[in-house]
Design a protein around this ligand. Structure first.
Ligand SMILES: Nc1ncnc2c1ncn2[C@@H]1O[C@H](COP(=O)(O)OP(=O)(O)OP(=O)(O)O)[C@@H](O)[C@H]1O
Length: 248
């Protein structure tokens, strides 16, 4: 469980958001509840990563808009961001990547915690000295997840975190992250309807052009929901249809 409080946050864009002069997102007001997982789906180019980058502070909030935590405190310093590419530093070994945040801040890394995190994500001590080039895609994503958890932030943004791995590994990674991220405020971007339906407490599909988030029903039961649950498979079919309709 996170050691910090886990507020929700709200993204308000009264006039939408344009990039390079092109409207990407329409006027929206999206509430992401604290301590829960919200999944964001939508066609390629609909603005999912743009929304995450906005929350991560990597994009300026357009005039008149806001991205605010519900407790009123600044988001800066409370957000961990697991980007679409795992972005491991190729010149640092596995342990060096897990402790990259401390290194960049000029702090002494907590190596004992980093080793514990390595084990949490299912890597073995022999992996800690390997370079990213020696790892499979699944191992790289485990390292990226360990690095995200190492930061121990209450708000976690994940952009297609498990897209590079095979289906069984993805399933294991989903269960693992649901366990390790329980209680945090998670905004998860995914192209995989089943992933959203397994992991999320609420789901939005970015729909239209410029896109706006439209809520879709979520099956009952606490995440991670079993992938073979008939209700989940039925919801998956409905969500696939919604996604097809969402293409502008
Ligand atoms: N810096 C930028 N300047 C101009 N246009 C941009 C910039 N970044 C993204 N875009 C455009 O904004 C739109 C939304 O991009 P974004 O990456 O948010 O989509 P996405 O839904 O995450 O797509 P995907 O599922 O393919 O990752 C795209 O049309 C993209 O080309």
């Amino acid at each position: 469980m996170p050691s910090l409080t886990t507020p929700g946050f709200r993204i308000v864009l009264p006039r939408g958001l344009s990039l390079g002069g092109q409207p990407v997102l329409g006027a929206l007001d999206l509430a992401v509840p604290g301590g829960r997982t919200t999944a964001l789906l939508g066609p390629s180019g609909s603005g999912k990563s743009t929304l995450l980058r906005l929350v991560a502070g990597l994009l300026p909030v357009p005039a008149g808009g806001s991205v605010q935590a519900e407790d009123g405190a600044a988001l800066a310093g409370r957000v961990a961001y697991m980007a679409q590419q795992d972005l491991l530093a190729p010149w640092r070994d596995v342990l060096g990547n897990i402790t990259l945040g401390a290194h960049l801040r000029g702090e002494a890394p907590d190596l004992a915690r980093a080793r514990a995190m390595l084990a949490e994500v299912g890597l073995v001590p022999a992996d800690q000295g390997k370079s990213p080039a020696q790892l499979s895609g699944g191992m790289r994503q485990r390292v990226a997840l360990a690095r995200t958890l190492m930061e121990d932030r209450p708000l976690v943004l994940m952009d297609e975190p498990f897209s590079a791995v095979d289906a069984p590994t993805r399933h294991r990674m989903q269960s693992l992250s649901a366990r390790l991220l329980a209680g945090r405020t998670v905004l998860l971007v995914t192209h995989d309807p089943l992933e959203a339906l397994r992991l999320a407490d609420q789901i939005f599909v970015l729909t239209g052009a410029p896109a706006v988030p439209v809520a879709v029903p979520v099956p009952t039961g606490a995440p991670p929901r079993p992938a073979g649950d008939p209700a989940l498979l039925e919801a998956q079919a409905a969500l696939l249809e919604r996604l097809a309709e969402a293409v502008a």
